[in-house]
Design a protein. Structure first.
Ligand code: FAD
Length: 353
């Protein structure tokens, strides 16, 4: 499955199925570890780390990613999330504090987007073939969509906390939670936290389309992160940003799709209709203090479409960059909070000042 990914100044050449390590760095070189995870790709780039500081780092990267995968994956039958989805009782189920933080973020952003971002959307995601189940060979019928929609709704999920820990509870036995929209950001934040624990101060880490950078690149310049032009034919930058220590995530409807009966179906589902979105907003990028926060907002904005996404970004004071397909080509829009991050854009808003 093609994963939407924010491109970097260095193209990521990935060896299928295994992790790739660069040789220990000379002074101005980068150390790079990359590989596959969560059905997409991860990449860790360190600027000029002392060679002796790298001991055991790859193993710890694998540990962090495996831990997150075993918590959040709906593709592993024995993950914490899959076990919660398989459980059809109403008793609270134990989850980790990190997972509770993710669910709390998802519930908060879900409510602010009016339910456009809804992590209980799993039955619809699977019905349209974007989860672990196979793609449908014919269009789902309205009654199939209605039946799946009846199992969706943030109000059916409840987080609680007591002296014994954090708990997740559902009031619909067959509620199916899908955390894919925040999983990449969650794992990216954990890779950044690992770099901090290991004392690295100049790094760029990413999982799929979520990225965090800190400090300066190996060339002693700000890390440059590109927002891709929304086409599945080329890898070209629409704009370049300096994250200034923030997280960024992009959600797009032009890579992760398939055609069925002549219709192009995106992996982003509108819970209100039960169908894949089909409006002209093709890419939503968010910059926030964490990659998980950014990753939570981008999908909700994609569901809302251009005008409602602009209004929500302004109402919430979000750093948002939207690309909309028009008859005249792609139109971009950057919220006031996003503009200070743009260092190069085909239509760099700062150039117009
Ligand atoms: P985003 O726009 O960030 O998220 C879209 C995804 O969120 C959709 O794919 C859907 O799952 C869900 N979604 C759709 N509409 C909504 C909505 N309205 N509200 C909330 N969520 C919505 N994929 C594989 O093919 N193989 C794997 O083994 C695999 N393992 C995974 C393990 C983990 C822990 C996670 C989190 C995901 C895994 N995935 C796997 C899924 C894959 O990584 C996701 O498709 C991808 O993360 C989606 O990211 P995105 O940036 O493309 O889309």
């Amino acid at each position: 499955m093609n994963k939407y990914a924010v491109i970097f100044t260095v193209a990521a050449l990935l060896l299928a199925g295994c992790d790739k390590l660069s040789p220990p760095p000379s002074h101005s070189q980068a150390w790079v570890a990359e590989g596959k995870t969560m059905g997409t790709f991860y990449r860790v780039t360190l600027a000029s780390p002392p060679p002796d500081a790298l001991v055991g780092l790859q193993e710890q990267i694998n540990q962090v990613l495996n831990q997150d995968n075993h918590e959040l994956s709906t593709y592993l039958q024995d993950s914490v999330l899959s076990r919660f989805n398989q459980y059809n009782g109403a008793e609270p189920q134990p989850i980790s504090s990190a997972m509770a933080d993710l669910v709390s973020t998802a519930l908060r952003i879900g409510a602010k987007t009016g339910g456009a971002m809804d992590i209980t959307v799993g039955p619809l995601v699977n019905l349209w073939g974007f989860g672990p189940d196979k793609q449908p060979v014919s269009m789902p019928t309205q009654s199939q969509i209605d039946a799946a929609r009846a199992r969706v709704g943030l109000g059916h999920l409840r987080l609680s906390e007591d002296v014994n820990g954090q708990w997740l509870q559902k009031d619909l036995p067959d509620l199916y939670v899908d955390l894919s929209t925040l999983g990449e950001g969650y794992a990216t934040d954990h890779l950044a936290a690992l770099m901090e624990r290991r004392g690295f101060t100049r790094y760029l880490v990413s999982v799929g389309g979520a990225v965090i950078s800190r400090g300066l690149s190996p060339q002693d310049k700000p890390w440059r992160v590109a927002i891709q032009k929304p086409t599945d034919r080329e890898v070209d930058a629409q704009a370049i940003v300096d994250l200034q220590g923030h997280g960024i995530s992009t959600s797009g409807s032009y890579r992760n799709y398939y055609e069925l009966q002549g219709k192009r179906l995106s992996h982003i589902i509108d819970p209100a209709t039960g169908r894949p979105i089909d409006h002209k907003l093709v890419s939503a990028t968010v910059i926030a203090t964490t990659a998980m926060e950014a990753d939570g907002w981008d999908t909700g904005l994609m569901v809302l479409g251009t005008e409602k996404a602009k209004a929500l970004a302004q109402q919430q004071g979000l750093a948002v960059y939207l690309i909309t397909k028009t008859d005249r080509g792609f139109e971009t829009w950057a919220s006031p909070q996003f503009k200070p991050f743009i260092i190069e854009g085909l239509d760099d808003p700062r150039e117009k000042h």
